[in-house]
Write a protein that binds this ligand. Structure first.
Ligand SMILES: Cc1cc2nc3c(=O)[nH]c(=O)nc-3n(C[C@H](O)[C@H](O)[C@H](O)COP(=O)(O)O)c2cc1C
Length: 180
C-alpha cells in the first residue's frame, strides 16, 4: 500500500461502494461488510449505519476507531462471506484468508488485498439511528492492483461494479477542492 493524501480519501467513498470495516476490540481483530455509507465533506469525514446486532458494533463503541477497507470487484465472494457470518463465533481472517497490514494511527488492521484503506476515528455515534460518524486519519492505496473496480450493492442481493468514467472536472472546477 502507498500513502494516499487524506484529502483524496473521500473520492474512495463518494461513489458509494461496499466497504469492509475492520475493528480490534483489544484482543481480537474483526471485520464486517457495510454498504450504508456517506461522505460528509471533503475532509475525510464519513458516516456509516449499523447497530448492536453486529459484533463489530461493541468494538466501535469501545475503541472508537476502525479501518474502512475498499474491496475490488474480484473480492465480491469474500465480501458476502464476511457480511454473512459473525466475529462472535468466527475468526473471519482465518476463514476467508484475509491478509492484514499494520495501520499507522489505529489498532484495527488494514486489509492488504483491498484496493485502498482509510484509518478512522469514531467522532460521534447517533445511537437512535445507528449512525457512526468517522474522521479519517490516514489513507492508503495499492497502485499496483489490477482489478480497480469498486463494488456497489443494489440491496436485493445483486451487485454492480464500477463502469464507465466521465470527466467533467473543468465544468465542476469551482466546486472541487484545490489540487484535487
Ligand atoms: C453486502 C453486504 C452489505 C452489508 N451492509 C451492512 C450495513 O450497511 N450495515 C450493517 O449494519 N450491516 C451490513 N451488513 C451486514 C453485516 O456485515 C453482517 O451482519 C456481519 O455479519 C456483521 O459481522 P460481525 O457480527 O462480525 O460484526 C452487510 C452485509 C453484506 C453481505
Amino acid at each position: 500500500m502507498e500513502k494516499l493524501p487524506l484529502g483524496r480519501a473521500f473520492t474512495l467513498i463518494e461513489p458509494g461502494p461496499v466497504v469492509l470495516v475492520t475493528t480490534r476490540d483489544g484482543e481480537r481483530d474483526n471485520v464486517m461488510a457495510i454498504s450504508w455509507t456517506l461522505v460528509l465533506d471533503f475532509t475525510a469525514r464519513f458516516a456509516l449505519t449499523t447497530g448492536a446486532w453486529n459484533h463489530s458494533y461493541a468494538a466501535l463503541l469501545k475503541t472508537r476507531e476502525c479501518v474502512l477497507a475498499l474491496p475490488a470487484a474480484d473480492q465480491l465472494d469474500t465480501v458476502i462471506g464476511v457480511g454473512t457470518c459473525s466475529g462472535r463465533d468466527t475468526d473471519k481472517f482465518a476463514r476467508f484468508g484475509l491478509a492484514r497490514a499494520k495501520a499507522s494511527r489505529v489498532q484495527a488492521p488494514l486489509l492488504a488485498d483491498c484496493l485502498a484503506n482509510i484509518e478512522c476515528r469514531v467522532e460521534d455515534i447517533v445511537e437512535a439511528h445507528g449512525i457512526v460518524v468517522l474522521q479519517g486519519l490516514a489513507a492508503w492505496i495499492d497502485p499496483a492492483r489490477k482489478e480497480r473496480r469498486l463494488l456497489h450493492a443494489v440491496g436485493d442481493g445483486t451487485f454492480t461494479a464500477d463502469g464507465e468514467r466521465f470527466d467533467r472536472r473543468v465544468a465542476m472546477r469551482d466546486k472541487l477542492p484545490e489540487g484535487l
